[in-house]
Design a protein around this ligand. Structure first.
Ligand SMILES: [Zn+2]
Length: 130
């Protein structure tokens, strides 16, 4: 199973507006359908790849998610990571963003900053901190 691909499919949904503009609802519906299918075989992975390949923004998103092995976080999360220092030179540590997931496994969201309101899974509702 291509774990990076599935993780990217879950996490890209909250960035579709900025990545593909007006086509976001169509892509989200297609991703949602694939993520909701319990049979995650090679054919489904092929369809997912085609969705990511269909737009430059989503294609690059998937590439960047793959590079963040093994956590597969979105590039927006990595770019927004703040650092805290222990006071020693060169000892800044990245602070991970809190990760929220839908219990049904079709939606992942990273809190960009402390206090930001947690959204709902468009399909199922409340997300939980993981
Ligand atoms: Zn869900």
């Amino acid at each position: 199973m291509d774990e990076a691909l599935w993780e990217a499919a879950r996490s890209v949904r909250s960035y579709l507006d900025e990545l593909v503009g007006p086509e976001a609802p169509d892509l989200d519906a297609a991703l949602c359908e694939l993520l909701s299918d319990p049979h995650r075989g090679e054919h489904r992975e092929y369809q997912l790849r085609m969705i990511f390949e269909s737009h430059e923004g989503t294609r690059v998103f998937l590439e960047r998610v793959r590079e963040d092995f093994p956590e597969f976080r979105p590039p927006q999360v990595l770019a927004g990571s703040t650092t805290r220092s222990s006071g020693l030179p060169g000892d800044a540590l990245p602070v991970g963003a809190d990760k929220f997931t839908c219990p049904h496994g079709d939606y992942v969201w990273y809190r960009p900053e402390v206090g930001a309101a947690v959204p709902l899974c468009p399909t199922h509702g409340a997300l939980r901190l993981t």
